[in-house]
Design a protein around this ligand. Structure first.
Ligand SMILES: [Fe+2]
Length: 299
């Protein structure tokens, strides 16, 4: 085991580029039009034909890969995004989502600050970036765009247990901000919402948005012999660094969305204290490391 206490390994610089200010660059997007809560109107008429075409091609590429790799809940709900030929109107998706689980999607100019992000999730509102990657970024875009946010994240918000988990995560985030524990909590988001796998009777399936919106990582996460796949354990996960520059070296596997919701329902204050004690005593866990005796999932 090569766990280390080094706080700023290049493997995990800062927190995930999930929210504004956590990456190295100034976020892309026009923030001048955002309201105080960072939401704005989706200017659907402003999309060019090329933007819709990029969305259509990204959607088609991911859709044909889903069977056998994405979880059933995702596949069942992906059509709720509407016609795959053009970037959806957020209001239309939101209306369907509100009826299904009481969630809405709101438009944002790009990454938003942590507190604003948590506050929206706690209110069952998922922020979706409105701009789409340029054609030359077709295979990889550094910051989340409308395709990642919408295609990757929104279908599972149609699932009641997952939707409840996301709201609880937002509420937990607001508390974590006051407890200086956002980095620990961000690891939970990373290893579940962005890169989570779920064990099903048919085998492992992806439910994380970072995987589901990636052309290459969807197959890699399920079929490659290279990465480690370990069972969900909240404290272990909060000690675990992650990689933001390559495919993941470790994936965390849940049994069900209900398990995820229940495991993260209790107050995290004592959890943070125990994780900090363990990190002080035994170090953090590098991506790709499996602990002695730890159960691994095979492909
Ligand atoms: Fe994301």
């Amino acid at each position: 085991m090569t766990a280390t206490t080094a706080p700023h390994s290049p493997v995990n610089r800062g927190v995930a580029p999930v929210t504004y200010g956590t990456g190295d660059r100034t976020p892309r997007g026009d923030y001048a039009r955002a309201r105080a809560d960072y939401t704005c109107e989706q200017d659907w008429a402003a999309y060019a034909a090329a933007d819709h075409d990029t969305y259509r091609r990204l959607y088609a590429r991911q859709l044909q890969q889903l069977p056998g790799l994405a979880c059933d809940e995702f596949i069942a709900a992906v059509r709720q995004l509407g016609a795959p030929e053009h970037i959806p109107r957020f209001d239309d998706v939101s209306e369907r989502l509100l009826r299904a689980t009481g969630w809405q999607i709101v438009c944002v100019p790009g990454l938003i600050p942590e507190e604003a992000f948590f506050a929206l999730l706690a209110a069952r509102k998922f922020p979706v970036t409105d701009w789409i990657r340029r054609p030359e970024e077709f295979d990889y875009v550094v910051e989340p765009d409308v395709f990642h946010d919408l295609f990757g994240h929104v279908p599972l918000l149609f699932n009641r247990s997952f939707a409840d988990y996301m709201q609880a995560y937002g509420a937990g985030g607001l508390k974590a901000s006051r407890l200086d524990a956002c980095e620990l909590l961000a690891r939970l988001y990373w290893y579940t919402v962005e890169f989570g796998l779920i064990a099903t009777p048919q085998g492992l399936r992806a439910y994380g948005a970072g995987i589901l919106s990636s052309a290459g990582e969807l197959r890699y996460s399920i079929t490659s012999a290279e990465p480690r796949r370990v069972a969900f354990d909240l404290q272990r996960l909060m000690r675990s660094r992650y990689r933001i520059d390559t495919y993941q070296a470790t994936y965390v596997v849940i049994d069900s969305f209900q398990q995820l919701f229940e495991a993260t329902a209790p107050d995290f204050r004592p959890v943070y204290a125990r994780v900090r004690e363990t990190i002080a005593a035994a170090g953090e866990i590098d991506a790709g490391i499996v602990l002695p005796g730890e159960r691994q999932f095979r492909t």
